[in-house]
Design a protein. Sequence first.
Length: 193
Amino acid sequence: MRRSLALALVLAAGIAAVAVTRDGDGSAHDSGSVTLVGDSLNVGIEPYLANELPGWHLDAHDRVGRATPEGIDELRRLGGRLAPVVVVSLGTNDPDGSEGEFRRLVAEAVEIIGPDRCLVWATIVRDGTGRTGFDLVLQEARSQNPNVRLVQWALMVAENPSLLARDAVHGTPEGYARRAEETARLIRACPRR
């Protein structure tokens, strides 16, 4: 009987370990360091992200109303002090028609982050819909850089519009919680260097 119980416990522990790592493309980590640079949407996820990542150090440099040029300036300023994982939320406050400038700034962000850090960037929703041109830029960056991960916020909102607040830009509490959950999943899946 004891032998069967011991075998069952070992098997259960193995299943639990597999369940923890199955959602990412790397192994799950229970601690680490993250730098956040973004706008009000990053501000909104901060408390939820802290709950999702107990034991992690979160260094937040988010500001309400921030556009991408200012965010890239902040990344540049932080430089070598950036954590191994950098979470970015930029593009929501950029003017319509500025996708070309956004492309240049995303490329600069990837260069600042470098190949040894993981860059997690959320796709963009404004006025209740995804900013398709901006999101295409992010998808290109992901396809060209193996260390770039995308939080599919635009898809999440398209599938469940109730995640957006009445202003059609910011998240509801549930929206921020879901966005933080997905952000944390991608953070934990980033490879350790």
